[in-house]
Design a protein around this ligand. Structure first.
Ligand code: FAD
Length: 471
């Protein structure tokens, strides 16, 4: 019997033989990363069913000097859940219980392997809203959402994952369990450990449970697809929407013309919602939790005033659930539509909201200079200053040759972002994909603090090594 057989047997003794996968073919789905940019090489995939089992697995890995890569729904976009150098993948899907819902106290306690969509549906059934919402919600897990501090379409109103969690349970790198499952909004007792683990991308421990924050359910939502005369109209339009709605804008998405063209050309069942093409569009949601607020009236008054002042030139209001769905599909499925015109180099960046138009102009110039003929397709969460700056290949170009420019183009975009005081990763994190950029764009002081925190919590560097810093 080899040492490795002994290690695998120890894992089987903890979680049961059926929950330890070592067969290469069966492990394959856990090895592939969403965009196909990485491929993993794990020793085993382990599927624990409880916090105690996670703790025992982490202790066994520590004793054998084997690194651990936590994996949720594996929808991350920066290679954070990819195992390398023979690590163990700790897949949390079996830990999918909604432990308790308190609709009067507006909290929900969950295990970390719960799928986001299931959490949203459970909250809805209890007459509440859990506001995190994103394209991957049918498969991403709350543990992954917290580990990446996910954003999504409602951040403008409800904040990121960090703003929607009250307490956490975490298995530490030495296997101890930190029970911080406190349902407290106010808790000023030293450093915020909860905030340390949110956004830590599996590098400090395994999130096994969370107390989430709920909200009253929206009783009315109004959606409009608006045409803007130019990019500079976006900021005054956002400003007006927030002020005239009593700050009840729940989404404000900016989309360039080429984005709308791509979605309405290639996606089944979609057509241009407006009669003529326009250079820029905003997809806007107002929502209200009050039965007595005349939301439609407020929404129409806002659109009329924006129209009178020339900051929108045309608009359509969704009149049915289906129309609403189709307007949102134009935005949400845009990356899918982009694939029909070849390769796309993607950037998920943020700048101060005021700087969004300047960023788009300067970054567009920079990428065209780097790869003449490339086609910027910027869109995203204007209200959060978060733009998905995707750049399509030049028409007729070879996709592989174009994608070979990824790093050169990204450096050009991130330099503009940095110059404007922004972040090279607004939503998706650093993972393994953006390690070099962390080193390049964060100050020595900041990097030193990040490294010291990592070394203090995980001195043996067994938790997801290779994420944030080179191995
Ligand atoms: C179609 C699509 C749309 C998306 N839209 C958005 C969006 O709008 N906004 C956004 O921010 N992101 C978005 N993403 C990215 C992705 O969905 C999020 O990062 C999501 O939070 C990842 O969750 P997951 O469960 O899939 O985590 P995984 O991909 O499995 O893991 C992501 C990271 O978290 C760590 N991790 C996972 N579970 C745990 C745990 N329990 N404890 C500790 N660490 C853990 C992993 O090690 C890894 O580093 C999108 C992705 C897709 C495919």
């Amino acid at each position: 019997m080899t040492q490795m057989d002994g290690f695998v047997d120890a894992l089987k003794a903890i979680v049961g033989a059926a929950n330890v996968i070592t067969d290469a073919q069966q492990m394959e789905t856990y090895m592939n990363e969403e965009r196909g940019l990485f491929h993993g090489t794990a020793r085993a995939v382990v599927r624990p069913g409880s916090t105690e089992e996670v703790s025992a697995v982490v202790k066994a890995c520590g004793a054998a000097g084997v690194s651990v890569v936590p994996q949720g729904g594996n929808t991350g976009l920066v290679g954070g859940a990819v195992a390398d150098a023979g690590a163990v993948i700790l897949a949390l899907a079996r830990m999918n219980k909604i432990v308790a819902i308190d609709p009067d106290g507006f909290t929900m306690t969950v295990q970390s392997g719960c799928v986001l969509q299931d959490i949203r549906e459970a909250a809805d059934k209890a007459g509440c809203l859990f506001p995190l919402s994103l394209g991957a919600q049918g498969s991403c897990q709350i543990g992954g959402n917290l580990a990446t501090n996910v954003g999504g379409i409602n951040t403008l109103r409800y904040g990121t994952a960090r703003d929607n969690v009250l307490g956490l349970e975490v298995v530490l790198p030495d296997g101890r369990i930190w029970n911080g499952l406190r349902a407290l909004t106010k808790d000023n007792t030293g450093y915020s450990l909860r905030n340390l683990f949110v956004g830590s991308e599996g590098t400090l421990g395994i999130i096994t449970g969370a107390v989430l924050k709920l909200y009253p359910k929206a009783l009315a939502v109004e959606t409009a697809f608006c045409a803007l005369p130019d990019l500079d109209a976006a900021l005054p339009l956002l400003d007006r929407a927030r002020r005239m709605s009593g700050d009840s804008v729940s989404a404000f998405e900016l989309i360039c013309r080429d984005g709308v063209r791509l979605s309405t050309t290639y996606l089944k069942g979609l057509s241009d919602p407006l009669d003529a093409p326009h250079p820029w569009y905003a997809l806007i949601d107002f929502s209200s939790t009050s039965p007595s607020v005349p939301l439609r009236q407020t929404f129409e008054a806002f659109l009329e005033s924006a129209f009178e002042d020339g900051i929108i030139v045309d608009a359509v209001i969704a009149e049915s659930v289906e129309q609403n769905r189709n307007l949102w599909r134009i935005r949400e499925e845009l990356p899918e539509a982009q694939k029909y015109e070849g390769g796309s180099i993607k950037h998920d960046v943020s700048v101060p909201v005021r700087a969004v138009p300047e960023f788009i102009r300067r970054a567009s110039e920079a990428v065209v200079k780097a790869v003449p003929g490339c086609r910027p397709v910027p869109f995203g969460h204007m209200g959060d200053g978060n733009i998905h700056f995707n750049v399509s290949q030049p028409e007729g170009a070879n996709s592989d040759e174009y994608l070979a420019h990824w790093h050169q183009m990204s450096a050009a975009v991130y330099d503009v972002v940095h110059d404007l005081g922004g972040s090279f990763s607004a939503e998706h994190g650093v993972g393994r994909l953006k390690v070099d950029y962390l080193a390049r764009y964060r100050s020595e002081v900041e990097l030193d603090l990040l490294k010291r925190i990592k070394a203090a919590v995980d001195p043996a560097n067994l938790m997801n090594p290779g994420v944030f810093f080179p191995r």
